[in-house]
Design a protein around this ligand. Structure first.
Ligand code: AHR
Length: 504
């Protein structure tokens, strides 16, 4: 198959938002416990943080991490996670049917975030709690001192404020599964008042209103409209969440998941801008895609890693749940989801792959064992490293693949950046064709092709198929290999992409 792409150095979308390379640490399964935190592990540092995992987080190039949930946050009392560890309460977490020990809390996360060199994105509980708990958390975290809560933080070991700028007003409040689920009107009012009270404590914070849990929610569109009508003046962003999986052997639709993400993003932009017009507002509300990934939610869940109390035989501390093992196809899809986010980088200001370690994650870690990279690690790591400067607008003409769910889709999916400072262009390309290689011709207007400094590809490894994965025994099976069929000539770049591949 074939694809022709044209870029022009003057046709840009905007600067690459660094917060697009965010991730998510929830108190869920083994993301925190034996993921980022495992005192006693051979690689643990003096605080119990796994340095092998920290090294992989650094290599992944994560910029911002959302915490502590997720569904977990909607039943969480943040005060349980502060103060002397031995006096912290053990609690039932209803969201994941788990015993939460509270051995890890805000101080432990803030210290980890400093070591990982990531910004914190803190979510407040608007499920079981509200305005008061949210404003108190902002005061505890961000006020310099001289008040009960800020002095309590000092007493608990943090002399300096955590200085958390980015705050989520609840999580997936449109979802009937959410503890404290609300109607759009109920949530909109609560988010408005909580946000207002939080800003009265620290006017410098940025706020994310909780949007739809996915594009298929019955309330999608109407939810955003009502919530933003209430909160427009107080919030900066509205959130989006989406998880994709292959169902019923429909690989073509799965590979076109990025089309759904495009539609979702463009739908939320349209809705936010309609509220802006109707309310005669000046500012724009931008988008925070603060949960996205591949997740075999309907097809694999519940077999070897049960999520109900009954199936698990009672309540346990940090059980193994939704530890999806990702293959080559999943990595190609993740590459296309990253392309969708980057192409919309003028409005999608924040994005968080869910989650960081073990739980539907690019990094896996075993208790008292190794940590390794899943297949989906690679597109994220390379895009975070190489997407620099300005996002380029693409004009693409490509052969089309038919899909049952999304109609026709381009066989080649792409995004690109141009960094004037280094003189480097980066292309991120996916071939959705299962059997055919794709010849891609890129015309560079206003730019000279120069030379190819680096070209890598991820596809089925020799002797394996698209279902190949990395695991504890075989940690490096799916990885990047040099892409050799690539050449430049004057204003043209030619690339041959192997069947079902992601390349940079
Ligand atoms: O990331 C796993 C879960 O997916 C989160 O807790 C929730 O917000 C979403 O439904």
């Amino acid at each position: 198959s074939r694809a022709a792409i044209t870029v022009d150095r003057d046709f840009t979308v905007g600067p690459v938002p660094r917060r697009l390379f965010g991730s998510f640490v929830e108190h869920m399964g083994r993301c925190v416990y034996s993921g980022i935190f495992e005192p006693g592990h051979p690689a643990a540092d003096e605080n119990g943080y796994r340095t092998d995992v920290l090294e992989l987080v650094n290599e992944l190039g994560v910029s911002v991490v959302r915490y502590p949930g997720g569904n977990f946050v909607s039943g969480y009392d943040w005060e349980d996670g502060i103060g002397p560890v031995e006096s912290r309460p053990r609690r039932l977490d209803g969201a994941w049917h788990t015993v939460e020990t509270n051995a890890f809390g805000l101080h432990e996360f803030a210290c980890w975030a400093t070591k990982a060199n990531v910004e914190i994105m803190e979510a407040v509980n608007l499920g079981t709690r509200g305005v008061d708990a949210a404003r108190r958390l902002v005061e505890y975290a961000n006020h310099p001192g001289g008040t009960y809560l800020s002095d309590l933080r000092k007493k608990n070991g943090a002399a300096d404020p955590f200085g958390i700028k980015l705050w989520c007003l609840g999580n997936e409040m449109d979802g009937p599964w959410q503890i404290g689920h609300k109607t759009a009107h109920e949530y909109g009012r609560l988010a408005q008042e909580a946000g207002k009270a939080m800003r009265l404590v620290d006017p410098s914070i940025e706020l994310v209103a909780s949007g739809s849990s996915n594009r298929g929610m019955p309330t999608f569109g109407a939810w955003e409209q009502t919530v933003l009508e209430h909160t427009y003046d107080v919030v900066d962003y509205v959130s989006l969440h989406a998880y994709y999986e292959e169902t019923g052997g429909d690989t073509a639709s799965f590979l076109a998941s990025g089309v759904d993400m495009d539609l979702f993003i463009e739908g939320v932009i349209a809705t936010a801008d309609a509220v802006r017009a109707k309310g005669r507002h000046r500012k724009h509300i931008n988008l925070s895609f603060d949960e996205w990934n591949v997740w075999y939610q309907s097809t694999r869940e519940g077999d070897d890693q049960p999520t109900t109390i009954e199936a698990r035989g009672g309540w346990h501390e940090h059980p193994r749940i939704i530890e999806d093992e990702y293959d080559v196809t999943d990595a190609v899809v993740v590459g296309t989801l990253l392309n969708s986010l980057l192409r919309h980088g003028d409005r999608v200001a924040i994005a968080n792959q869910a989650q960081l370690v073990n739980v539907i994650a690019p990094i896996r870690a075993e208790a008292n064992g190794p940590a390794w990279r899943q297949s989906v690690f690679w597109p994220f790591a390379r895009m975070s490293e190489l997407a620099r400067g300005e996002i380029l607008r693409l004009s693409t003409t490509a052969d089309r693949v038919e899909t049952a769910k999304y109609g026709d889709a381009d066989v080649v999916d792409a995004s690109a950046t141009w960094d004037e400072a280094s003189g480097r262009i980066a292309f991120f390309l996916a071939n959705r064709g299962l059997d055919e290689a794709a010849d891609v011709t890129v015309t560079l207007r206003g730019l000279t092709a120069g030379r190819v400094t680096r070209a890598e590809v991820l596809h089925a490894p020799d002797g394996a198929d698209r279902f190949a994965t990395n695991n504890e025994q075989n940690q490096h099976r799916v990885r990047l290999a040099p892409l050799t069929d690539v050449a430049t000539e004057h204003e043209t770049l030619r690339v041959a992409l192997p069947p079902l591949s992601w390349a940079v």
